[in-house]
Design a protein around this ligand. Structure first.
Ligand code: FES
Length: 265
């Protein structure tokens, strides 16, 4: 997995004030929400005896281990060892590893890397998806490394074959393109023109006129966000969340702004 990146790892609704334990990036992690609403993340293993902190509690914003009651703050410092007494001296080496977090657009990101840059900038998202959209979400676990999911979701040539009765219908098997347009260092858009095989060979990107503004495209935002822009009112977004080397959890969202009634939306 590629280090030193912000990864979407959870939906906001999954993290409440109680600790939640999940496996991400092949590591057991614990997430919790402070009273202020801020989400925190740490390795889900007490540095004392290795107990899962996700089985513990949040006490005044600190994570409390369920075994001997040690408490850790958001920086990972141990702030309380009940057996030492209220004024006992806590060894500085007793530290929990934590992850920087960021929350926006109903997603939670962690910075997965080392060291954490001093000037760490927040992660990016899709600029077109503002508050005028409603969205609904679902999850799907795939038994594959997340890089293969990325590859699959950008592979438009398989659509007329594998999905010939649904999204690839019409027997438009010839693929002109793909056209790839970089939109900064972290993202690119990709689109193709599909057509029925009329004997003319497929054309390269350089032979094609750009698609008009507002046309369908796929957008990939490194390292694990994807958008299928369908119209200016409908998009599908996916976060390919690495669980471990062999599993990826897809967070799928359907965004729309043609219907603002929440229930129907
Ligand atoms: S194992 Fe965590 S406090 Fe004992």
């Amino acid at each position: 997995m590629i280090r030193n990146q912000w990864y979407v790892v959870l939906e906001s609704s999954e993290v409440k004030d109680r600790p939640i334990g999940v496996t991400r990036m092949g590591e057991k992690m614990v997430f919790w929400r402070e009273k202020s609403g801020r989400v925190r993340a740490a390795v889900d293993r007490c540095p004392y005896r290795g107990v899962a902190l996700s089985a513990g509690k949040v006490v005044q914003d600190h994570l409390q281990c369920p075994f001997h009651g040690f408490e850790y703050d958001a920086s990972g410092a141990c702030t309380r060892v009940p057996a030492y007494g209220r004024h006992g001296v806590i060894p500085r080496a007793l530290r929990l590893s934590t992850y920087p977090t960021y929350e926006a657009h109903g997603f939670i990101w962690i910075w997965w890397g080392n060291p954490v840059p001093q000037d760490l900038q927040p992660p990016e998202f899709f600029d077109n998806l503002d508050s005028s959209y409603e969205w609904a979400s679902a999850q799907d676990l795939w038994n594959v490394h997340y890089s293969r999911v990325v590859e699959n979701q950008l592979d438009v040539m398989h659509l007329p074959f594998v999905h010939r009765n649904t999204i690839g219908r019409g027997n438009r098997t010839v693929v002109d393109g793909p056209v790839v347009v970089w939109k900064g260092e972290q993202r690119f858009r990709i689109y193709v023109y599909n057509r029925v095989d009329d004997g003319r060979p497929a054309r390269r990107a350089a032979e094609l006129a750009p698609k008009p503004e507002g046309s369908q495209y796929l957008e990939f935002l490194f390292p694990n966000l994807w958008q299928n822009y369908i119209t200016d009112k409908v998009s599908i977004v996916a976060a390919f969340v690495p669980v471990d080397e062999e599993h990826t959890l897809l967070y799928l969202r359907f965004y729309q702004r043609f219907n603002r009634l929440p229930v129907l939306g």
